[in-house]
Design a binder for this molecule. Structure first.
Ligand SMILES: C[S@@+](CC[C@H](N)C(=O)[O-])C[C@H]1O[C@@H](n2cnc3c(N)ncnc32)[C@H](O)[C@@H]1O
Length: 228
């Protein structure tokens, strides 16, 4: 199954599992001091960014490649929802014609299969950007316990890639989410979209991990980026 249809498959449950993403979107937005009128949201999902914008804007372009996520996104006259891959050159041809004033992407760019390419496409829009990107320290204890390689890039790898395209300011924040039991913890991983819904373990391995995993919390680490 492709990743876009995986995100669509989990879309209905996503909104009750996106605690961390909501905090991330709200922190990202709190550090945008201008009030841009034409805003692009890449990997918009069900609209955490749209819901965190506190100023009046004229046009929000919300892009996501998972149709079912877009269906959950606020639908207002000022919002244009586009079902597209944020790595598609055609999308950026269209966006260049619009004149985007600020580009936002919360909790989505870590899933780009080719981040350098995505960043160069984004830079072609010549607008300030605010990104929140999950790093390899997300689920660190779990990955180390299960002897799994990190799925994501480290904060320093991300900074090196970003610095090739942008001058930026960075902030790294860690979050912890507590659960009442291990079942809940694993249900969260499955339904939140934080893992990109990729199954690295077989069914039997997962069952064994749920049975033996000693911790009742998950750690997340997010790199916040504001370009100049
Ligand atoms: C974890 S969710 C975050 C959604 C939202 N930005 C938020 O803050 O809650 C990641 C979103 O990125 C979207 N996504 C991942 N890769 C994408 C791509 N290549 N093009 C467009 N959307 C993508 C997924 O469909 C999903 O809705």
């Amino acid at each position: 199954m492709s990743i876009d249809s995986e995100f669509s498959r989990f879309a209905l449950e996503y909104d009750s599992y996106n605690t961390i993403q909501n905090k991330v979107a709200s922190h990202l937005l709190s550090n945008i001091s201008s009030s841009p009128q034409t805003i692009l949201d890449l990997g918009c999902g069900s609209g955490a960014v749209a819901r965190s914008i506190e100023w009046n804007y004229s046009h929000l372009i919300a892009v996501d490649f998972a149709e079912k996520m877009l269906e959950l996104h606020p639908d207002l006259p000022s919002i244009e929802r586009i079902c597209a891959d944020f790595n598609s050159s055609r999308l950026y041809e269209y966006l260049r014609g619009i004149g985007v004033e600020h580009i936002i992407s919360a909790s989505a760019l870590q899933w780009s299969p080719d981040l350098p390419h995505t960043l160069s496409l984004i830079r072609s829009l010549k607008a300030p950007c605010s990104f929140a990107i999950f790093t390899s320290n997300t689920f660190k204890a779990l990955h180390s316990y299960a002897d799994l390689p990190p799925l994501l890039k480290s904060s320093s790898e991300l900074k090196l890639l970003i610095a090739k395209e942008f001058q930026a300011e960075y902030e790294t924040i860690g979050y912890t989410l507590e659960f009442s039991d291990t079942q809940q913890l694993f249900r969260y991983i499955k339904n939140s979209g934080v893992s990109g819904n990729r199954n690295l373990l077989t069914y039997t391995q997962t069952k064994e991990l749920i049975r033996t995993y000693p911790l009742k919390y998950l750690e997340f680490e997010v790199l916040f980026v504001h370009t100049k």
